[in-house]
Design a protein around this ligand. Structure first.
Ligand code: NAD
Length: 492
C-alpha cells in the first residue's frame, strides 16, 4: 500500500473528501530540507477556495460520522493507530527529513503520537457525561457529550506527527469532522497521516488536510462560518489574531501558544541532574518546543559553579541531523535569521554570550539552518530577549539571591506555560508547585515531558485557558447537553 522506495510524491496535494486534490491554479510552494537547504518537494498553495471545499466536505460528512456509535468511531481510530504502527518507520523518515531532527528522535515522536491515538481510540468506550440528582421528585438529570460540528485544526511544525495526533484524534472521537491546516514547514507528515487515515477506513470527508500558508489557508479556515470549533497551536501573536477573528462569530476556540519557561536551580539542587535537564530543556529538538527551558534562574551561591558546568556540558553537544547528534537545525531560514538578530540585539545592549550565538556554517552543514547552542547572561529582565519567545536553541541565565526572588522572577513573564525547579527541599518544591504561574510544573526534571493522557496548556499569553490532550481535550471538541427525564408514577 504505502511502502514504496519514494515515500511521498514530488507535489504534495490536499486531502479533500477522501481524495488527493492538486492545486486548482497550479500554485505551489517549495518545501526545503532544514538539514541542508535542498528542495524536498513542492506543495499545494491552498487559498480560501480550497479551504471552502474542505469545509463543505467536512460539513457533509459530519452528521453521518456523528451517528456512528462512539465505540465504533474508536474502532476506526484504532485502525488508524495500527496503520501508524505498521508504518512508524516511514512516518519517522518523513518527520526527520522535513524537520531535520534525527530519525531516532522522529521515531520516538511518532511513538508518542501512536500512544496518544490509542488513548483517544479507547475514549470511544467512555466519553463520560454525568448522572446526578434532581431537586424535583420523579425527575432524572444527566449530561451527555455531543459533537461540536466541523473542527478547524491549525498546527505548528515543531513536532509534526505529535501535533497532528494531538488534535485529530480527540476531534474525531467526539464525532466531529475536521479540516486540518498543516504547518507549511511540515506538509508531508500531514499528507501521509491523511493517506493512512483514508486507507484505514476513515469515511471520506471526516478528515480533510489542507496545505498552505497561514494567512492564505489558515485564516480563511478561522473565518469560515461553517467551522464550529477552532483549535490552534502556534505563536501568541497569531493566536491573538485567531481569537479576534473566530471570536467575532463566537466560534469555540482553543489556543495552545508560546512559552518562556523558567527552570530554577536552588542551592540545594543535585547540580549534575540540573545541568542534564537544563541542556535537554533548552536544546533538545533545537529548542523548538513551546515548553523549552529558556530562562534558567540560578541561586547566586552556586551560580559560578553551575554556569561552568553548564557551559562545559553545552560545548560537548553535537549538532547535526544524525542519530549520533544531540539536536538538528531549526525549521527554516527565517527562523534562523530572527534568532541571530535577537542575539545580536542582546549583545549590543550589554548581554554576554557565554557560548554559541552563531550560525554553524562548516561545509558539512551545507546550506542547512543550524544555530550553535547558545547561553546568554547579563540580560536585563525587561529586555525583549527576556520576554519574547525565540523558539530555538537559546537560553538565558539569571542570578537570584534566594527562593522568593527566584519565584518572583519565574512569574515575571508575559507567558505561563511550563516551569521546573531543582531542589532537595520538599518545602521549596511544594511551595514552587503551588505558586508558580504555569499550566505544567515539574520537580527535578525538565520543563517539558508532558504525557498524552494529561491535560496540557498555559496561563497568561500561553493560551486561553483550554487544555489538550488528556480527557480535558474532550471539553474542547464536544458540547455538553443536559438531559432531564420526567416520569409519571401514576402511569405505571
Ligand atoms: P505560527 O503562529 O507562525 O504558525 C502556526 C500555524 O499557524 C501554522 O500552521 C501557520 O501556517 C498558521 N498561521 C499563521 N498565520 C496564520 C493566520 N493569520 N491565520 C491562521 N493561521 C495562521 O507559529 P510557528 O512559528 O509555526 O510555531 C511556533 C509557535 O508555536 C511557538 O510560539 C510555540 O511555542 C508554539 N507552540 C505551542 C504549543 C503548545 O502546545 N502550547 C505546541 C507547539 C508549538
Amino acid at each position: 500500500m504505502l511502502v514504496t522506495a519514494k515515500l511521498y510524491p514530488d507535489e504534495i496535494p490536499n486531502w479533500i473528501n477522501g481524495q488527493e486534490r492538486k492545486s486548482a491554479n497550479n500554485e505551489l510552494f517549495d518545501k526545503l530540507r532544514p538539514a541542508d537547504g535542498s528542495l524536498m518537494c513542492r506543495v499545494v498553495r491552498s487559498r480560501a477556495e480550497a479551504v471552502d471545499q474542505a469545509v463543505v466536505a467536512a460539513k457533509q460528512a459530519q452528521p453521518v460520522w456523528a451517528d456512528v456509535p462512539a465505540v465504533k468511531r474508536g474502532e476506526v481510530l484504532h485502525e488508524i493507530v495500527l496503520a501508524m504502527k505498521a508504518h512508524q518507520a516511514e512516518i519517522a523518515r518523513i518527520v526527520a527529513e522535513e524537520t531535520g531532527k534525527s530519525y531516532k528522535e522522529a521515531y520516538g515522536e511518532t511513538g508518542g503520537a501512536i500512544a496518544l491515538g490509542l488513548f483517544y481510540a479507547s475514549e470511544g468506550q467512555r466519553l463520560y457525561g454525568r448522572t446526578t440528582t434532581s431537586g424535583t421528585p420523579n425527575k432524572y438529570a444527566m449530561t451527555v457529550r455531543q459533537p461540536v460540528g466541523v473542527a478547524g485544526l491549525i498546527i505548528a511544525a515543531n513536532t509534526p506527527i505529535a501535533n497532528v495526533a494531538w488534535k485529530v484524534f480527540p476531534a474525531l472521537i467526539c464525532g466531529n469532522a475536521a479540516v486540518l491546516k498543516a504547518a507549511e514547514d511540515t506538509p508531508v507528515t500531514a499528507w501521509i497521516f491523511g493517506k493512512l487515515a483514508h486507507a484505514a477506513g476513515l469515511p471520506a470527508g471526516v478528515l480533510n488536510v489542507v496545505q498552505g500558508y497561514g494567512e492564505e489557508a489558515g485564516q480563511p479556515l478561522v473565518a469560515h462560518p461553517d467551522v464550529d470549533v477552532i483549535s490552534f497551536t502556534g505563536s501568541t501573536e497569531v493566536g491573538r489574531l485567531v481569537q479576534r477573528i473566530a471570536g467575532e462569530r463566537l466560534a469555540k476556540i482553543s489556543l495552545e501558544l508560546g512559552g518562556k519557561n523558567p527552570l530554577v536551580v536552588c542551592d540545594d539542587a543535585d547540580l549534575d541532574n540540573a545541568v542534564k535537564w537544563v541542556v535537554l530543556s533548552a536544546f533538545s529538538n533545537a529548542g523548538q518546543r513551546c515548553a523549552a527551558g529558556s530562562r534558567i534562574i540560578v541561586f547566586e551561591s552556586i551560580y559560578e559553579q553551575f554556569r561552568e558546568m553548564l557551559v562545559a556540558r553545552t560545548q560537548m553537544l553535537k549538532v547535526g541531523p544524525t542519530d549520533d547528534d544531540d539536536f538538528g537545525p531549526v525549521i527554516n531560514e527565517t527562523q534562523l535569521k530572527n534568532m541571530l538578530t535577537a542575539i545580536e540585539r542582546a549583545r549590543q545592549s550589554g548581554a554576554l554570550i557565554l557560548t554559541g550565538g552563531e550560525q554553524l556554517s562548516d561545509p558539512a552543514y551545507g546550506q542547512g539552518f543550524y544555530l550553535s547552542p547558545t547561553i546568554i547572561e547579563r540580560v536585563d529582565r525587561r529586555h525583549e530577549i527576556s520576554e519574547q519567545e525565540l523558539f530555538g536553541p537559546i537560553t538565558i541565565l539569571y542570578r537570584v539571591k534566594d527562593f522568593e526572588e527566584a519565584l518572583a522572577l519565574a512569574n515575571d513573564s508575559p507567558y505561563g506555560l511550563t516551569a521546573s525547579i531543582h531542589t532537595r527541599s520538599l518545602h521549596r518544591a511544594i511551595r514552587f508547585c503551588d505558586k508558580v504561574q504555569a499550566g505544567v510544573v515539574v520537580v527535578n526534571a525538565g520543563t517539558y515531558g508532558s504525557e498524552p493522557h494529561m491535560p496540557f496548556g498555559g496561563l497568561k499569553a500561553s493560551g486561553n485557558g483550554t487544555r489538550e490532550p488528556g480527557t480535558e481535550a474532550l471539553d474542547v471538541y464536544s458540547e455538553l447537553k443536559d438531559v432531564y427525564i420526567n416520569i409519571d408514577p401514576s402511569q405505571l
